[in-house]
Write a protein that binds this ligand. Structure first.
Ligand SMILES: Nc1ncnc2c1ncn2[C@@H]1O[C@H](COP(=O)(O)OP(=O)(O)OP(=O)(O)O)[C@@H](O)[C@H]1O
Ligand SMILES: [Mg+2]
Length: 280
């Protein structure tokens, strides 16, 4: 086999081992949203490995969809490593209850957000929950949150292919996933794993966004590729998925995520192909 040939059987074996080859919704229950909420579309944002920009892409999609007039929610399913509240300037905030339900936090732009950070007494405490506690949190975030009317609920998935990722796929009515990659990702192994995971869960892949794809020299505008050349075309050809655009490395973006000013500072019309793919 040539070095660049993809070994589909090997990937399938690996995913089979992780997921036990269970078809969707066989096993865990399908979560039901409460009768005071109605969610039209649930969209997942996934990647084959951590730290490539899932939360950033979730935030961009949510902000752009809200700017277009849609009612948007974000379920931060990265229970042990939540980063959505900080990006949206909700650090230190707590959600409160109404009866046995939870009222989600809201960003300045009206995006409803539910995340572990919003229920922890001290958001800097590590979340040491395991197994049933994690699943319980996810179920509550979906079922017991007073989402109200939502057009698009974006689910920021935890990195990798662990229990929570599997539960999200099996328990939420995910309509499609956006895969986030970086030029550092090994296409066949890392991106292949994410594509295969979605396929085995019978969830359509809306397409792939390549983050940290290039950088523009602030002096001369020359495009640099610090993480190597883009793999996006290779991914599109290999897995027959849609190209949803490339995001440059931009220190301003990182700074606005840290400062909680991301939503107001995000330029209009970011990754329009990805936004349209979710809207379609
Ligand atoms: N295009 C970019 N330009 C500048 N900084 C970026 C870019 N993309 C992501 N970052 C920064 O890199 C870090 C990781 O991004 P992000 O949190 O979105 O990744 P993730 O895939 O959600 O990570 P995790 O797997 O830990 O959940 C963040 O601090 C973010 O601000
Ligand atoms: Mg994240």
């Amino acid at each position: 086999m040539a070095e660049n040939d993809i070994d589909r059987d090997a990937i399938k074996d690996e995913v089979d081992q992780i997921f036990g080859n269970r078809p969707k919704h066989e096993g865990p229950e399908l979560y039901q949203v409460n009768d005071q909420s109605s969610i039209k579309h649930v969209i997942g944002v996934i990647s084959g490995k951590g730290g490539v920009g899932k939360s950033l892409v979730t935030g961009i999609l949510a902000t752009e969809l809200a700017r277009k007039g849609h009612k948007v929610g974000i379920l931060d399913a990265d229970i042990t490593g939540p980063s959505i509240p900080k990006m949206f300037g909700l650090s230190g905030l707590h959600v409160f209850g109404q009866g046995d339900k939870i009222i989600p936090a809201q960003s300045k732009g009206g995006i409803k957000i539910m995340s572990t950070n919003l229920v922890l007494e001290n958001e800097n405490d590590p979340v040491l929950w395991r197994g049933p506690m994690l699943m319980g949190a996810l179920k509550q975030f979906y079922e017991d949150t007073l989402w109200g009317d939502i057009d698009y609920l974006l689910v920021d998935m935890p990195p990798g292919t662990g229990d929570v990722a599997l539960t999200v796929f099996q328990s939420l009515p995910i309509e499609g996933v956006v895969i986030v990659s970086s030029p550092q990702d090994l296409v066949q192994v890392i991106v292949g794993k994410a594509v295969k995971m979605a396929a085995m869960m019978n969830v359509p892949v809306l397409g792939v966004v390549e983050n940290m794809s290039y950088m523009e020299c602030p002096e001369c505008g020359h495009k640099l590729e610090p993480f190597g050349p883009s793999h996006l075309q290779e991914i599109v050809d290999e897995f027959k998925v849609a190209d949803l655009g490339r995001i440059p490395i931009d220190p301003k973006v990182a700074a606005s995520c840290d400062a909680g000013t991301f939503e107001s500072e995000l330029p209009e019309g970011f990754i329009p192909e990805a936004v349209s793919a979710v809207e379609a």
